[in-house]
Design a protein around this ligand. Structure first.
Ligand SMILES: [Zn+2]
Length: 126
């Protein structure tokens, strides 16, 4: 188990590498081999947006098995997301949970627009 402060440091270093444009590149065979040898041992849990521009493994420079990622538009928390976070923390001993927001989020923008101009053809609510 990696302590939360060390896990956060690893994420920051990976993100610095990503932002520098000097990201790593591994062949798919290498990734699959590493995956089968390591199993799942994520050092961080990420609650992020479903937006296709913010894939956690890539922006943090991590590989398969390193992160337990829950993605939902707008990175909101509902009971199912909380249960997923609890599952990872309990089963893998993961100590760091990151709620990852991002700029120009379409889900947040759509919510704000909906509040300004409610539509009448939305999904039924309970
Ligand atoms: Zn978003």
């Amino acid at each position: 188990m990696i302590p939360a402060d060390k896990a956060l440091q690893r994420l920051r270093q990976g993100n610095e590498t990503f932002r520098s444009g000097k990201g790593f590149h591994l062949e798919i065979e290498t990734l699959l081999k590493l995956n089968s040898q390591k199993g799942q041992n994520p050092f961080a849990i990420i609650l992020g947006c479903s937006d296709s521009r913010v894939p956690a493994e890539i922006i943090f420079g991590q590989g398969i098995g390193d992160l337990f990622v829950i993605r939902v538009a707008g990175n909101i928390v509902a009971p199912s997301q909380i249960a997923s976070i609890e599952f990872a923390a309990e089963n893998f001993g993961t100590r760091l949970v990151v709620v990852l927001g991002h700029s120009r989020c379409g889900a947040v923008q759509a919510t704000l627009e909906q509040l300004d101009r409610p539509v009448t053809n939305s999904s039924p609510r309970r």
